[in-house]
Design a protein around this ligand. Structure first.
Ligand SMILES: Nc1ncnc2c1ncn2[C@@H]1O[C@H](COP(=O)(O)OP(=O)(O)OP(=O)(O)O)[C@@H](O)[C@H]1O
Length: 264
């Protein structure tokens, strides 16, 4: 039996911004594999390339070089390869941002329905799905309120529900718990873990939060556009902790892979 390809696979991905003296090398040959059902965290200091990496995986920013496969489909190979990235994002990718980014003049329910309507889901099925998600995230009772009329934690849960509305197989979260207290942050990550397991989705969370890292299957570290990564056991316990103690990045092998998860 052949093993299915990882849901997210990057080989030698580069990204630069600008040219000449103002050229910035944001990603310098990133190799990364995340299988379905797994939650990975991505850590790194400011300007190390975390958002750029999420944005190239999410097909928001075109890479300068290298190859990206999502669910076995080549979406970039020395630049973008497809014609319609909007459809790809709607079909396959859920984005969660640091601040909820809900549309302020739509209710919580309508925010989710809007995404489903864009994806071509009919009104009745869209309402049912949106309600189901709001209940799942424990904010069903807030459905008719506007984002400004709910708490920060509730708004972020609605935003997570919205990101998951199309049952994406790839979930990309850029500091999603930064505006939540510790209890709510842990709950949000536990929900993402549950979704990853139930939907066989691959989740990447950019975070600075140790508690969030503790709940991940892998922690990858990015430093000046290069990935150092591995499993919780190999990298996090051995490398990342020693990195915190000694200032050096750790290395490791992701579970299920027999190659180092990242090359430098
Ligand atoms: N649109 C852009 N134009 C030019 N340079 C950019 C652009 N976006 C990012 N950069 C640069 O690319 C590098 C990586 O930026 P990126 O935003 O990916 O880092 P980050 O790790 O997400 O940082 P932070 O934690 O501060 O958000 C930085 O040097 C940044 O200044």
């Amino acid at each position: 039996m052949t093993t299915p390809p990882p849901l997210i696979r990057l080989s030698g991905v580069t990204k630069h911004y600008g040219s000449g003296a103002s050229r910035v090398e944001a990603l310098r040959g990133v190799d990364l594999e995340i299988p379905g059902g797994q939650v990975a965290t991505l850590v790194g200091k400011s300007g190390s390339g975390k958002s750029t990496l999420l944005n190239v995986i999410g097909c928001i920013v075109e890479p300068s070089g290298g190859r990206i496969e999502l669910g076995g489909e080549v979406v970039a190979d020395g630049g973008w390869t497809l014609r319609d990235y909007t459809a790809l994002r709607l079909r396959r990718i859920g984005f969660i941002f640091q601040f909820h980014n809900l549309v302020p003049f739509l209710t919580c329910l309508e925010n989710i329905q809007l995404v489903l309507r864009h994806a071509g889901v009919d009104r009745r099925a869209g309402r049912e799905r949106a309600m189901e998600l709001l209940e799942y995230f424990d904010v069903g009772h807030r459905r008719d309120r506007y984002p400004s009329e709910v708490s920060g934690g509730e708004a972020q849960r609605v935003a997570i529900a919205r990101a998951l509305a199309n049952r994406p197989s790839i979930i990309l979260a850029d500091e999603p718990t930064a505006s939540l207290d510790a209890t709510r942050a842990n709950k949000a990550v536990d929900l993402l873990r549950k979704v990853a397991a139930e939907q066989h989705a691959a989740v990447i969370i950019v975070t600075h939060d140790q508690q969030v890292m503790n709940r991940a299957d892998h922690t990858f570290m990015i430093d000046e556009g290069r990935i150092h990564g591995g499993s919780s056991e190999d990298l996090y316990y051995a490398g990342f902790r020693s990195q915190r103690r000694t200032g050096r990045a750790g290395r490791g092998v992701a579970p299920g892979n027999d190659q180092p998860a990242g090359g430098a």
